[in-house]
Design a protein around this ligand. Sequence first.
Ligand code: TMP
Length: 216
Amino acid sequence: MRGTFIVLEGGEGAGKGAVRKFLETEFPDAVFTREPGGTPLAEKIRAVMISPEATNANAQTQMALVFASRLEHVRAKILPALQAGKAVISERFDSSTYAYQIHGQEAPYLKPLFTEFRKLLGETVPDLYIFLDVDAAVGLTRVIVNKKKEPSRTTVQSDREPLDHFEKRSLAFHERVRMGYAEFFKTVPHVIVDASRPLEVVQSEVSAIIRKCIRL
Ligand code: TMP
């Protein structure tokens, strides 16, 4: 029997990483992955996408890059795992493209291209999207505070992880991203989780949602 495909979504600072870590211990048999990335080739595309050189790339370039990574991710990792009957939990998926490229980057003219790219995913359609929803200003503040705490993984000179070009964008950009998610989720099976609450509460709520979904 095909496994269940669940997407964990949220804007910057929604807590996806911390929730995913908790879920890894709760669901040791599930395959955890992320976008952009998830396979060696897709991770290379991720590095390009979030690099400073990509800061001024327009929405269509970003969309082409992210779908290239997604198609590889689906082919090499997600689909084989689902076919093997495993549950797959991905941090971000096509919902992020709708939110960031079409809404954040203000490119509604890309909706037809988005639809065409999605067709290439074939039957690899998520069974459920779980959206960690938090006010954009609250999320961005969390990102800044957390990055100040973390030692840098990329430079020896600096003691803090630099923000990538998405994280550096304006509050208005991130508010558009949140509205983009709201629009996208009208069209797919989803659950919205209030991620402004304490992390432990959010973690156990998401865990309960997944437990129910995997059992179905
Ligand atoms: P992360 O925040 O989960 O590490 O993801 C890296 C960035 O990639 C994030 O700022 C949002 C961006 N992104 C898009 O712009 N479009 C997409 O389709 C995906 C999956 C991510």
